[in-house]
Design a protein around this ligand. Structure first.
Ligand code: PLP
Length: 387
């Protein structure tokens, strides 16, 4: 038999999704894969019921239904502080996952380098590799998970560096990049002529006093930014697979073609129903922030009461718990044992780092209060994890 492709030969299955299966095996409360256990807003699900009977059920325009793009532009333009032409600057994709893959494919040639902060959401390495590009990792230093300017500049200055991937707010660290940090990235993007591909799926889950600054809103950055995001987290609808890229018209023109060959388009009836979400008033986003602020305080407060050391997030819904005191050589073993002995599923932190790192377990708190309280009660038994 012929060999399968070399570039996919080092791929492992997603550790995050594997931990969901391990949690199920041990009947553990699954705080690993980051999706909410509550429903999307009723405005969206009610509309879906109507759409089921009225359609559309056939292909939409490949780069997104016109009313979805119009509603998205109306929602995002004032928030991002840039004009967005729904006709020429938006591609609707199957989640931010496809948005990111399409964006990297659109800007990078085989042999190009892409700067990725580490720890990072595990898809970015794969995005680069599938495009034949090489990731250059720049460490985000714990516990604040901030970068060193000189280290970032050294990465940007490497030959053939074409783009930088910025996940803000960051998964897994919960770091929200400050305006000052973003200004540094903008200066370097300008100096080294880089595309900046953002992943802003947690744009509406940011805890005061932190604020989300859209990278494309920085002076001069609109022209070099491909802003990726999705409806998955904002409207608690990760299974709908609706995301998008907002980019300058010339870039969008190319993105559309890549997207067309990859997936043809996002699901037409789901786009139609989701317009009801895009049209929700500001109060919806305020309530979402209040909901997650409450969950963060509940979960982090519980971890603190149990004497655990962790990084309190500025945004997104993840907590990195430091497990070094338990003395495990492998965080994967720790995560499996945590499911088996304590009954709580988390993600071994090593899968987010490019360098060897066994110090963290990531939990998410996008769960009902009952589930979070039950998980914390189980975590009373941390001592079962002693070696
Ligand atoms: C940073 C980040 N980007 C993208 C995704 C996936 O988003 P989508 O469901 O829109 O593909 C996730 C999901 O956890 C994520 O955390």
């Amino acid at each position: 038999m012929q060999q399968l492709s070399a570039k996919t030969s080092h791929f492992t299955d997603s550790v995050i999704r594997r931990m969901t299966r391990v949690s199920m095996k041990y009947d553990a409360i699954n705080l690993s894969q980051g999706f909410p256990d509550f429903d999307p807003p009723a405005a969206i699900t009610d509309r879906l019921a109507e759409v089921a009977h009225k359609g559309p059920h056939q292909y939409a325009i490949t780069w997104g239904a016109p009313n979805f793009r119009a509603a998205l532009a109306a929602k995002q333009a004032p928030r991002m502080g840039i004009p967005i032409d729904p006709e020429t600057q938006i591609v609707v994709t199957c989640g931010s996952t496809e948005a990111m893959m399409c964006s990297v494919m659109t800007v990078a040639n085989p042999g190009d380098r892409v700067v990725v902060f580490s720890p990072f959401y595990e898809n970015y390495g794969a995005d680069a590799i599938l495009c034949g590009a090489e990731p250059t990792y720049v460490e985000l230093h714990a516990p604040e998970f901030t970068f060193d300017e000189a280290e970032l500049e050294a990465a940007c200055a490497k030959t053939n560096t074409k783009a930088l991937i910025l996940c803000n707010p960051s998964n897994p660290t919960g770091h929200v990049f400050s305006r000052a940090e973003l200004d540094v990235i903008a200066r370097l993007a300008d100096k080294y002529d880089l595309w900046v591909i953002t992943d802003e799926v947690y744009e509406h889950i940011v805890y005061a006093p932190h604020e989300h600054v859209y990278f494309a809103s920085l002076p001069g950055m609109e022209q070099r930014t491909l802003s990726c995001s999705s409806l998955s987290k904002t409207y608690s609808m990760t299974g709908w697979r609706l995301g998008y890229v907002i980019a300058p018209a010339e870039v969008t023109d190319r993105l559309r073609k890549v997207h067309d060959f990859l997936t043809v388009g996002a699901a037409a009836p789901l786009m139609e129903a989701a317009v009801a979400g895009l049209e929700l008033p500001q109060s919806y986003y305020d309530e979402l922030t209040a909901l997650y602020t409450h969950k963060r305080d509940l979960f982090c407060g519980g971890l603190r009461e149990r004497g655990l050391t962790f990084t309190e997030p500025d945004g997104a819904y993840y907590v990195m718990v430091d497990i070094s005191k338990f003395g495990y050589a492998s965080d994967e073993e720790f995560a499996e044992e945590l499911c088996r002995r304590v009954g709580v599923g988390g993600v071994p932190g090593s899968c987010f780092f490019n360098a060897p790192e066994n110090r963290f377990i990531r939990f998410h708190f996008a769960k009902s209060d009952e589930v979070l309280i039950a998980a914390l009660a189980r975590l009373d038994n941390w001592e079962l994890m002693a070696r």
